[in-house]
Design a protein around this ligand. Structure first.
Ligand SMILES: N[C@@H](CCC(=O)N[C@@H](CS)C(=O)NCC(=O)O)C(=O)O
Length: 217
């Protein structure tokens, strides 16, 4: 198998790529990078040489000599490179931009604020206790989800954009998983919840679930 996905079971960015690879019907090997054990394997060689940003995921294609980081760049590359499975972005330019915008609402404006290194920094440099961290996360996830919930009122069908799965759903489902982990009241977001439930009925999403990964603990 030439495609290797370096990631962590509970990382939402890794989870996005797993869903995308499953929807593209790609064969791949999971290479676990433990984000907490021994101070975090993402900070240690050999992984830090693959990805100097010391974040997961990283896609490696040994046959084609490719090392790629950033989940959205990886997903778009795979979508363009492989015709298998379903297309993850719409044909129409404006529709494609709208799908990307929702993906960025999550990947650029929510996830970075609730990332492990930010929570660790808050603790180490600002004395934020473990029990205060979920509240911080709920604040930033809530601000993002309120806007997304409103936007979805004009775009949603079974999925974020009508009845076609897209990069937007691939980003939404892992962020919902992460929100639940931090105790966000998903009852406040009925459309987001409905879309996540619809996605999670699909085999490609189920196989990507954190608890179904080899490194889940
Ligand atoms: N924008 C990046 C985000 C990557 C990222 O933040 N990964 C997290 C897990 S979801 C990570 O590796 N965190 C480790 C740390 O903070 O030390 C992407 O989409 O790939």
């Amino acid at each position: 198998m030439s495609l290797k996905l370096y990631g962590y079971w509970r990382s939402s960015a890794s989870y996005r790529v797993r869903i995308a690879m499953n929807l593209k019907d790609l064969d791949y090997e999971i290479v676990p990078v433990h984000l907490v054990k021994d101070g975090g394997q993402q900070h240690q060689s050999p992984y830090s040489r693959l990805n100097p940003a010391e974040l997961v995921p990283t896609l490696v294609d040994e046959d084609e000599d490719i090392i790629l980081n950033q989940s959205l760049a990886i997903i778009e590359y795979l979508d363009e490179r492989y015709d298998s499975g379903i297309a993850l972005l719409p044909e129409h330019k404006l529709q494609r931009a709208r799908v990307r915008a929702l993906a960025y609402d999550i990947a650029a404006d929510i996830q970075p604020l609730v990332n492990l290194r930010v929570l660790q920094y808050l603790e180490q440099h600002h004395g934020v206790a473990d029990e205060q961290k979920p509240e911080w996360c709920r604040e930033w996830i809530g601000r993002g989800f309120r806007a997304i919930e409103e936007r979805l009122q004009t775009t949603a069908g079974k999925y974020c954009f009508g009845f076609d799965l897209s990069l937007a759903d691939i980003c939404l489902v892992p962020q919902v998983f992460n929100a639940q982990r931090f105790g966000v009241n998903m009852g406040d977001y009925p459309l987001i919840s409905r879309i996540a439930t619809n996605c999670n009925q699909l085999e490609a999403f189920q196989r990507a679930l954190p608890e179904n990964q080899p490194d889940a603990s």
